[in-house]
Write a new protein. Structure first.
Ligand SMILES: Nc1ncnc2c1ncn2[C@@H]1O[C@H](COP(=O)(O)OP(=O)(O)OP(=O)(O)O)[C@@H](O)[C@H]1O
Ligand SMILES: [Mg+2]
Length: 301
């Protein structure tokens, strides 16, 4: 496990390059899909607040990494840095060996959810089609095969029966399946998921989790999955990156989700409790500006 790191201090060697037990690629020599080295982000417009620093992370093909941390700890900002949308204040991020730049077609992105306005004119299939390489960047594409690919993806994410509906009339769970389909359209090497389960009922949480997990199992995608609740994905996660108060912790769920470890990370008493097969974290200090994440916020890992 990587020790908690603060300020410019490094994160230690730990197991940050450990291969996934589920990796379909096998062997230990393949280079990581995502490589983060000494990354730091200070918000010049936030009074110089440092979100995180000294961040080292290797994610290999087929690996499933959960990113946890309180609201405002910089989880979305980390994903935006990987997408090349947010400049680091130090360090480097590489995707398949190349420095991260915006518009990388090898990355699929499921942004933090905002419902489509009710009067959105796009149909469900148009949302998925936006994930086709080229469409995203406004370039015309040859039409051949495109319709079939979109149909196949609609079926893959369980959205075939509402493919022609206006997206604004769909439920949150239905819309979310389309966002997932859009992100998977080009079979990305790296899949960035920003709270893809928020506001979904249990059935949709399980459905969306299974679709994402299938990408790493069947297609070898490396998955970075931001969540406020570890429980729906606990059985699938290889490692957890836990960010809090400018510090972070990297390790297996068993290593990170411990009373002693999180107390150390937060610098305040935090308790990890087991309720049946669920993990509950109690006593998380409100160190970051609070945003509403629904009834479960603050009650789960
Ligand atoms: N464009 C921006 N300009 C200035 N500050 C920003 C900007 N975007 C985010 N921030 C600030 O950076 C910090 C980290 O934001 P970020 O969205 O990465 O947090 P998060 O961990 O994803 O939180 P949440 O769990 O609420 O989604 C917050 O304090 C936020 O207010
Ligand atoms: Mg966020």
């Amino acid at each position: 496990m990587t020790a908690p790191a603060a300020g410019a201090g490094g994160s230690g060697s730990g197991d940050s390059s450990a291969r996934s037990a589920h990796s379909p690629a096998g062997g230990g020599s393949a280079s990581p899909v995502l490589q983060v080295r000494g990354a730091a982000l200070t918000r010049p417009d936030g009074g110089g607040r440092e979100l995180w620093s000294g961040l080292d992370l290797d994610v290999h093909a087929g690996e499933f990494i959960a990113v946890l941390g309180p609201s405002g700890s910089g989880k979305t900002t980390l994903l935006r840095s990987i997408l090349g949308l947010q400049e680091l204040s130090a360090g480097e991020i590489r995707i398949e060996g190349a420095v991260a730049t915006r518009g990388n077609p090898r990355i699929g992105y499921i942004p933090q959810q905002r419902p489509y306005p009710a009067d959105t004119a796009m149909r469900a299939r148009d949302v998925v089609a936006l994930g086709l390489q080229g469409r995203r960047f406004g370039l015309p594409l040859p039409q051949r095969g495109q319709h079939e690919r979109v149909d196949a993806m609609l079926a893959e994410v369980g959205a075939a029966h509402y493919g022609d509906r206006r997206v604004g009339t769909l439920s949150g769970g239905e819309q979310q399946r389309l966002r997932v389909g859009q992100a998977l359209m080009d079979r990305p090497a790296l899949l960035l998921c920003d709270e893809p389960l928020s506001n979904l009922d249990l059935a949709n949480q399980q459905g969306v989790t299974e679709i994402i997990d299938r990408q790493r199992r069947d297609h070898g995608a490396a998955v970075l999955f931001v969540t406020h609740d570890i429980n729906p994905i606990l059985g699938r996660v290889d490692r957890i990156l836990y960010i809090a108060g400018g510090r972070f912790m990297l390790g297996t769920p068993d290593e990170v989700l411990q009373t002693r470890v999180l107390t150390d990370l937060y610098g305040a008493p935090v308790f990890v409790l087991r309720a049946g097969d669920r993990l509950i974290v109690v006593g998380v200090p409100d160190v970051e500006p609070h945003h509403d994440h629904g009834p479960e916020h603050g009650s789960v890992a």
